[in-house]
Design a protein around this ligand. Structure first.
Ligand SMILES: Nc1ncnc2c1ncn2[C@@H]1O[C@H](COP(=O)(O)OP(=O)(O)OP(=O)(O)O)[C@@H](O)[C@H]1O
Ligand SMILES: [Mg+2]
Length: 438
């Protein structure tokens, strides 16, 4: 029901009003119209805030809520975790939980280069190492739904955690003169040490040749916390980024799709299409090998500026902690690793069959070191046996000689190996999601 200024902070620190974003009254069905137009200044000096949906033009762009073509602005808002935190701190009733409300709360303190509101910049706040334990306690209360609205812990967590994206508990933190996202253990993780698993996975990804941010694993009062260095900040300013949920606008905001959908966007809109299609292929192979089944469209981003867009570094690389078995994004129509389909996909997008095979081999060698990386974190390895057995099964499928293995046979092999791994702790689950009682 208002008009909001949209600001962009450039990498050199300059701040320019890029346009205006307007929201209509919520309709009886709960939907709400939104509209955007670029400012004359941005039309002269700026770049498209979404190369697919928001070309530089004088016209207005209309959407429902902040769906396509305005999803670039939704990317600048918090996801489930930050919204839950805002709801808890500000006691927002369900009927008022609309994008406009979160936009007002986040103002100019969100991730990425886009900010909203008046000319006064409210800097995002960052936690320090000494407050981690208190923030983790508060995060657990928020997750459990028992955080008292007036508690000091909730206020502190709100200040440093509300702008972050994603669903898992987290906060922004300054440490050793660098800026990080701190990812906490979640209440529902059970015996799994998810920060340690994500740390081992990110270290493995670097060894597999992926471009990933620096990570640190800290133990605070016996609880692990993962620090991931932010790639949306420069020394003086910010880097604009947007997710593939926005970029794949023809998917209408759905998070599932295929790696080919991402490739088509990268091939068309990246300023370095060859390097980025190769990098995305490597990441797809890595995800299939390590079991990063949570590979939805918000877990991939492009970064942009006046010179154009390129693939952002890889993040949120976690083995299959939720036992999904199937991936959100398919390769060759399949949502689990299958060597022939992956090789065909690589050959098509890298235009080089040998290179596609070589990448698969390099990634497999690196991922075979995952168990060692996890052991080096000091976690109880037995509690994580299901995870590395699953990875072994995946590596087994990728090691089959492509020509010697028909695809249907490969998928059966994978099902059998994955079932055997899951059976280790009493339950088995098939690729279709059916659970077997044992
Ligand atoms: N290193 C980084 N630098 C800048 N932004 C980042 C970085 N890592 C993640 N992000 C942003 O923060 C969001 C949340 O991060 P992440 O995906 O790791 O969290 P999550 O809670 O595990 O997500 P999910 O809901 O997919 O489980 C991402 O979608 C991305 O927009
Ligand atoms: Mg994520």
């Amino acid at each position: 029901m208002g008009i909001h200024k949209v600001w962009v902070t450039l990498p050199d620190g300059a701040e320019i009003q890029a346009g205006e974003l307007a929201f209509g009254r919520p309709m009886p069905d709960g939907t709400c119209r939104s509209a955007f137009r670029y400012s004359p200044e941005w039309l002269k000096k700026g770049f498209p805030l979404d190369p697919v949906s928001l070309p530089l033009s004088t016209g207005e762009f209309h959407a429902s809520h902040l769906g396509p073509p305005l999803a670039a602005f939704d990317d600048a808002l918090p996801d489930a975790w930050g919204r839950h935190l805002i709801d808890s701190e500000k006691q927002i009733p369900i009927s008022k939980r609309l994008p406009e409300r979160y936009l007002v709360e986040v103002g100019r303190g969100g991730l990425g280069a886009i900010g909203f509101g008046g000319p006064v910049k409210r800097n995002f706040e960052e936690a320090r190492m000494h407050s981690m334990a208190e923030l983790m306690d508060a995060a657990r209360d928020v997750e459990k739904g028992v955080a008292a609205p007036d508690s000091a812990g909730l206020h502190k967590l709100f200040a440093v955690g509300a702008s972050a994206g994603g669903a898992r508990p987290k906060a922004l933190v300054a440490h050793e003169g660098r800026h990080w996202i701190a990812k906490f253990p979640a209440y529902q993780d059970g015996p799994l040490n998810v920060p340690a698993l994500e740390f081992a996975s990110m270290v493995t990804a670097k060894k597999a040749g992926l471009d990933c941010p620096d990570v640190q694993l800290h133990s605070i009062g016996g609880r692990s916390v993962l620090f991931i260095e932010r790639f949306d900040l420069t020394e003086k300013g910010r880097v604009h980024h947007l997710s593939f949920k926005s970029l794949c606008k023809e998917r209408g905001g759905l998070l599932v799709g295929s790696y080919a959908d991402l490739m088509a966007v990268v091939a068309k809109h990246s300023m370095r299409p060859e390097a980025d299609t190769h990098a995305l292929y490597r990441q797809a192979v890595f995800n299939m090998a390590i079991g990063n089944t949570d590979d939805h469209l918000k877990n991939f981003m492009m970064q942009g500026g006046p010179k154009g867009y390129c693939l952002a570094p890889a993040f949120d690389l976690v083995p299959d902690i939720a036992r999904n078995l199937e991936h959100q994004l398919s390769v060759g129509g399949l949502r689990y690793p299958e060597k022939t389909a992956i090789a065909e996909f690589g050959a098509r997008w890298c235009r080089d069959r040998e290179l596609a095979e070589k990448v698969m081999q390099e990634v497999s060698v690196a991922v075979s070191g995952f168990k060692g990386e996890l052991a080096a974190t000091g976690v109880d390895m037995e509690a994580h046996a299901r995870i590395y057995s699953d990875i072994d099964a995946r590596l087994g499928v990728l090691a089959q000689r492509a020509a010697s293995i028909p695809s249907s046979e490969a998928s059966r092999l994978f099902d059998r190996a994955a079932e055997a791994a899951a059976a280790a702790d009493g339950r088995a689950r098939l690729a279709g999601g059916r659970e077997l009682d044992r």
